[in-house]
Design a protein around this ligand. Structure first.
Ligand SMILES: [Zn+2]
Length: 412
């Protein structure tokens, strides 16, 4: 058992909902001079420090005077398992080439695919562990990770095994997603059907057999996979017991949001080019729109219409999209600042989007994402007296302690 006391602000986000939608996103629940009692890795009591119940004399106490306590951040969209880096493409883009032109010339995703295929499982694991440690230093306690840089049966399994082993290792909690439909690899150029068959008939059944992925994601996009191809893949994934995610409407209005809603995907991600019809389809569904403003920032694109999504009553989540091509950063609070300055989200909405709604984007909001009695004790203590400073004083980490499953796992 331990106690956190005297918190200048205890941002508990909750209470007890699947997600917070629309105008509810901005209504953060805050306790001044807050305290939490944690026991057996679970939140046992939440309230004001002056109302703390009697606690045994030898209980460990974390004094959070002058600090803010929040639920651990959740990064619901990353591509952390990769090898190498792509600073050469970064420079080419600065000279005016677009992401799609670079991809058509053999760069982009396929450049990383070549490096991942050459890397051993141990090399990938070491590189991914370093990225997870950086995420932890920014207060991220749960991380979704996609495969999708292997694109052969053996290399996709290798990446998913890296995720499974790092999840065992902890202290983070990882959520594995199979993204075989990330790109058509070079050996299948001119034979899309051949690659689709490989994904549907060989990769997905093998991933299902090994229980290596909770979600199946598809890159539904001009130059990647069409809505019809995406549906074929999601259908097979459902049959094998996986839940769906969709990379939707990133570079063009590809019908990805509508597809996600139709297939009851847990989340539809990116949405830079979402149409009014796409917003309406999401508003009629339980699919969580997940925005990744770090990618728009890094590529110099227009941002997703966060305000319109919130006004449509949707439960917006935010994530990093950490990947070597379009957003090489583990700084999730910087993503929050971009959401504020570029998409006009308010700091309270950003906190909801990085906690409870991000948990909903991973189908985990029953257990994670808010500070409520009975929920898992995933908490961060930040060395600022007001939560808005997390995004206002930008580019650095304000995290002072990270607690995962009731244990302090990171100290600044
Ligand atoms: Zn992505």
């Amino acid at each position: 058992m331990f106690v956190i006391s005297n918190a200048a602000q205890l941002i508990y986000v909750g209470p007890g909902k699947f997600s917070r939608r629309g105008s509810e996103m901005g209504r953060l629940d805050v306790i001044q001079d807050g305290a939490i009692v944690v026991s057996d890795g679970v939140i046992h009591w939440v309230g004001r420090t002056s109302d703390l119940p009697p606690i045994p004399p030898d209980t460990e106490i974390i004094d959070a005077r002058g600090k803010v306590v929040l639920p651990g951040f959740i990064d619901s969209h990353t591509h952390l398992v990769f090898a190498g880096s792509r600073e050469d493409e970064f420079e080419q883009r600065l000279k005016g080439r677009t992401y799609e032109e670079i991809a058509a010339g053999g760069g982009g995703i396929n450049a990383t695919v070549q490096q991942v295929r050459r890397a051993s499982k141990e090399e990938l694991k070491a590189a991914t562990r370093r990225r997870l440690q950086r995420l932890l230093s920014f207060g991220v306690t749960t991380v979704e990770i996609k495969s999708g840089y292997g694109l052969t049966l053996a290399d996709e399994l290798k990446c998913l095994q890296v995720i499974a082993e790092l999840n065992q290792e902890g202290p983070w909690e990882l959520v594995p997603t199979f993204l075989g439909a990330h790109a058509v690899p070079p050996e299948f150029q001119g034979n899309r059907e051949g690659y689709l068959r490989l994904v549907v008939d060989e990769m997905l059944p093998e991933v299902g057999r090994g229980r290596l992925a909770e979600f199946c994601d598809v890159f539904c996009e001009r130059g990647a996979f069409t809505p019809e191809e995406s549906e074929r893949i999601l259908k097979r994934a459902y049959e094998l017991g996986m839940k769906a995610k969709v990379h939707a409407d990133e570079f063009s209005s590809s019908g990805g949001a509508e597809l996600a809603a139709r297939w009851r995907a847990v989340s539809a991600d990116h949405l830079l080019c979402i149409t009014d019809a796409g917003i309406a389809a999401l508003a009629r569904s339980d699919t969580v729109p997940t925005l990744l403003p770090g990618t728009a920032f890094f590529l110099g694109l227009n941002y997703a219409p966060a305000r319109r999504l919130i006004e449509a009553g949707l439960p917006v989540a935010l994530a990093s999209d950490c990947n070597p091509g379009t957003c090489p950063s583990e700084n999730l609070t910087l993503i929050g600042t971009l959401a504020c300055t570029q998409m006009k989200m308010l700091p309270a909405e950003v906190v909801t989007a990085l906690t409870l709604n991000a948990a909903a984007a991973l189908d985990r909001s029953q257990r994670l994402g808010s500070i409520e009695v009975g929920k898992q004790a995933d908490l961060i203590v930040c060395d600022v007296p007001d939560y808005r400073q997390l995004f206002y004083h930008f580019g650095v980490s304000h995290v002072w302690r990270v607690i995962k499953r009731g244990r302090v796992v990171y100290t600044a």
